[in-house]
Design a protein around this ligand. Structure first.
Ligand code: G3P
Ligand code: CA
Length: 242
């Protein structure tokens, strides 16, 4: 079985990351689905945004968590030719429903540092969309707390615990402190420690796999899914292995 392909922040090698354009382009490809990050604004709206600051990917400056959603949504996270508004998670869930065979991996950003609010807001958005038991949605997180929260509150959703290399400092034996459906080590980490694959008897999702040689390595090592900025390249690479 070849790894499933997940377009990281949408088809982000081709379109501005985390925009409607990038997600729709990813959802239109013959791949498994797309990945996104969610954060809370000051007024408690859940936006699809990777960085803590808006500076790198918009024409504005400031911190997402200290901005109101109406101000954030005034910014352009696309290009001059094709301006894009920062998406709300509810809008992305609506888009996903137009692609019923596709999947969305939602990463709740930094719930440990900022408390459970991001997870709770994600839960509410999924409940409102009627997707709490959707096979289309997976929750991914660097926080065991978040994995435990979704396991308890939405047991039908798939969850992935994301590993960081620096976790080895406080958890040298990589003891699993939650019960995720799968694990998600970074590419460098899993290439250094391939014993992580299968260590917990669950599927492995690897991020962010952008080079054909790494895509092939994942296929050779039984990785279940890869997140990539280059989903079309992954399709070509894997077509060459058939
Ligand atoms: O899919 C997991 C991966 O996205 C985690 O890293 O920084 O790209 O959110 P980051
Ligand atoms: Ca992410």
């Amino acid at each position: 079985m070849l790894p499933k392909i997940v377009a990281h922040r949408g088809f982000s090698a081709m379109y501005p990351e985390s925009t409607h354009l990038a997600f729709e382009a990813g959802l239109k490809l013959p791949i498994h689905g797309v990945e996104c990050d969610v954060r809370l604004t000051r007024d408690g709206r859940l936006v699809v945004f990777h960085d803590g600051l808006v500076d790198r990917t918009t024409d504005g400056m400031g911190r997402v968590s200290t901005m109101d959603s109406c101000d954030l949504r005034e910014l352009n996270c696309g290009t001059d030719e094709c301006p894009q508004q920062v998406m709300l998670l509810e809008e992305l869930l609506e888009l996903l429903q137009d692609y019923p065979d596709k999947h969305l991996y939602i990463e709740t950003k930094h719930p440990t540092r900022y408390g459970p609010e991001v997870d709770e807001a994600t839960f509410r958005a999924l409940a409102y969309a009627g997707m709490l038991d959707s096979e289309q949605v997976a929750i991914i997180s660097f926080s065991h707390k978040a994995v435990r929260y979704f396991t308890r509150m939405a047991p039908d959703l798939l969850t992935f615990y994301l590993f960081r290399v620096r976790e080895a400092k406080w958890n040298p034996k990589s003891v699993m402190l939650s019960s995720p459906y799968g694990i998600g080590p970074g590419l460098t980490h899993v290439r250094q420690r391939p014993e992580l694959i299968g260590k917990y008897g669950c599927p492995t999702y690897v991020w962010t796999v952008n080079e054909p040689k790494d895509m092939r390595w994942c296929a050779e090592h039984g990785i279940a899914a890869i997140a990539t900025d280059h989903p079309q390249l992954a399709l070509q690479t894997y077509a060459g292995l058939l």
